[in-house]
Design a protein around this ligand. Structure first.
Ligand code: MN
Ligand code: MN
Length: 399
């Protein structure tokens, strides 16, 4: 059951008023919970009478009935993975959100991938760096770096990994069912622009392969790719000094009154030099405070659970409000102000991702609290007591 908020109640009132002519019954609480949002705000607007898609409307109440503070044309900042094309393969499936699906998202692209037990995302490399969050199951990841040092690690749900651009790697599902999110530091990233080992084999003359590997052609005649022995690979250069994986959930989170935040960037995960992230949890009734990010990067979001509402403030008095739920991608162009409310009754969990070596944010309330109060008093017409009550430490997630 979703917790009702004022706007949904208002929308329910509009439905009830409409229904009163027909059924002659006022909206019960149950009916109110099932209310369909209407483009009605007080005396303004009017209910939709043409064709409508109620399931989509319920997921986007703030598009149907935006707050009166929204203004102007803010670009679309939402695309659900569920609305994208899914590529089904023998080993599972993959779907992506790139600039083709979400045109504003020029800096980051995302891929949601499922592997069946034992399935392998084969040895490959690509132009973009890859940051990943394991949503379910266990996988073995492998890589080799420019020094000839190797990396083999088994990672579990909640762990992340990072492969710099051009570094060859593989992902193998272990015993469990596996699903993960891949994030690339290029909104134009195309899965088809991946350099696959098997492709290279297939498109290289046999004598070139044989000569390069120093083995007879007969040994390679039937090979698609050599068998992979992940265990017992002992390179002369040893294993990598900076691991490509990071156990995010083992990090002690920054506690806040309305939730918690785990930040991972190159200060804690040194190899992740081009993608920074944060796992944010907002309890029911909580809100990621008004803030923005000065790290020269757009914010790419992935919603893992709960129902969220984000209001984004652009320049020139424009603002827009968007609703998100599990599986949705959100976006905030650099350096627009924003806040994210939990509008449901379950914890909102989402990732904030930046094409940057570091996570950085500016808290609006902290900024005001640390500015001379005389100036604030004149500028905003706030009284001293209100200014004094503002937090001097970043609240991150408020209640
Ligand atoms: Mn990859
Ligand atoms: Mn943010």
């Amino acid at each position: 059951m979703t917790q009702l908020n004022r706007r949904e109640l208002l929308a329910a009132g509009a439905v009830g008023a409409l229904a009163a002519g027909g059924a002659g019954v006022g909206a019960s609480l149950a009916a109110a919970r099932n209310a369909v949002p209407q483009p009605v705000r007080g005396d303004d607007g009017a209910p939709i009478i043409g064709p409508r898609n109620v399931a989509v409307e319920r997921e986007n109440p703030d598009q149907i009935s935006p707050p009166a503070t929204d203004a102007g044309s803010v670009p679309n900042l939402k695309f659900p993975f569920d609305a994208g094309h899914t590529r089904i393969t023998t080993g599972g499936w993959a779907r992506e959100v790139t600039v083709r699906e979400l045109p504003v998202a020029t800096q980051i692209a995302g891929v949601n991938m499922r592997l069946k037990p034992g399935a392998i995302r084969e040895l490959h490399w690509h132009k973009a760096a890859e940051w990943a969050f394991l949503l379910a199951g266990r996988v073995r990841i492998t890589a080799v770096n420019v020094e000839g040092a190797n990396f083999v690690d088994d990672v579990s749900s909640g762990d992340i990994w990072f492969f710099p651009a051009g570094i060859p790697h593989s992902i193998q599902a272990l015993d469990d069912e596996v699903e993960f999110l891949l994030v690339f530091d290029d909104g134009n990233f195309n899965e088809n622009e991946t350099f696959l080992l098997t492709d290279w084999f297939a498109h290289t003359p046999l004598h070139v392969l044989a000569k390069s590997f120093g083995v007879p052609e007969s040994a390679l005649a039937k090979a698609v790719a050599p068998a992979i022995e992940a265990d017992g690979v002992g390179p002369p250069e040893g294993t990598v000094r900076r691991p490509y994986s990071y156990p995010l959930l083992q990090q002690i989170p920054l506690k806040a009154t309305g939730g918690r935040v785990r930040i991972v960037d190159s200060s804690t995960f040194p190899v992740a030099t081009s993608i920074a992230g944060a796992l944010v949890e907002i309890e029911p009734g909580g809100m990621r405070e008004l803030h923005w990010h000065p790290n020269l990067a757009d914010e790419w979001q992935y919603y893992i659970s709960g129902q969220a509402r984000m209001t984004v403030f652009a320049t020139d008095g424009t603002a827009g409000t968007f609703d998100y739920q599990a599986g949705d991608v959100g976006y905030v162009p650099f350096p627009m102000g924003h806040s994210i409310e939990n509008r449901g009754d379950e914890t909102v969990r989402f990732l904030e991702i930046f094409r940057s070596d570091r996570f950085a944010d500016i808290s609006l309330s902290q900024w005001i609290a640390l500015t001379p109060p005389e100036l604030i008093q004149q500028h905003l017409n706030l009284d001293r007591r209100t200014i004094k009550a503002l937090p001097k430490r970043k609240p991150l997630v408020v209640r």
